[in-house]
Design a binder for this molecule. Structure first.
Ligand SMILES: [Zn+2]
Ligand SMILES: [Zn+2]
Length: 135
């Protein structure tokens, strides 16, 4: 598949191409901060098919944890675009909300970190669910 996306203000744009590596929904506490309260929905895309076509994102990695993720976001409007994780060394997690057409995501295949799920979160019944990370 091939799709384009970017941030809310249009300053940062990207194109992603390749076979998706994973379609996930993550309920961890960290994701709740980053989305404003809900789980994150992410599409794992091959790193070599992902390119920024406009602007440059800001990057943040925690210094106080082992194996921190690096999150990329627009420094102007704050929209989260991707996460780079040691769990997916050949790929990049694209935030579905940043895709020009989020509907192509469909539904998550894997739901992780449900141990942190809140009562107001929705977990699709037909997904593979995991209290912590999927093995
Ligand atoms: Zn922006
Ligand atoms: Zn998470």
């Amino acid at each position: 598949m091939k799709f384009e996306g970017g941030c809310y203000c249009g300053e940062v744009r990207y194109v992603a191409e390749g076979e998706p590596l994973t379609k996930a929904q993550c309920h961890c506490r960290e994701c709740q901060y980053l989305t404003g309260g809900h789980p994150n929905v992410i599409l794992g895309m091959p790193k070599d098919g992902f390119t920024y076509t406009r602007g440059e994102p800001a990057r943040f990695s925690r210094k106080d944890v082992e194996q921190p993720r690096t999150r990329e976001f627009c420094q102007q409007c704050g929209t989260h675009l991707t996460t780079h994780s040691p769990n997916l060394p050949t790929g990049v997690f694209v935030k579905v909300g940043s895709m020009d057409d989020p509907s192509v995501y469909g539904k998550p295949a894997v739901v992780i970190q449900t141990a942190d799920a809140q009562a107001f979160h929705h977990i699709p019944e037909d997904a593979s669910t995991h209290e912590r990370w999927a093995k």
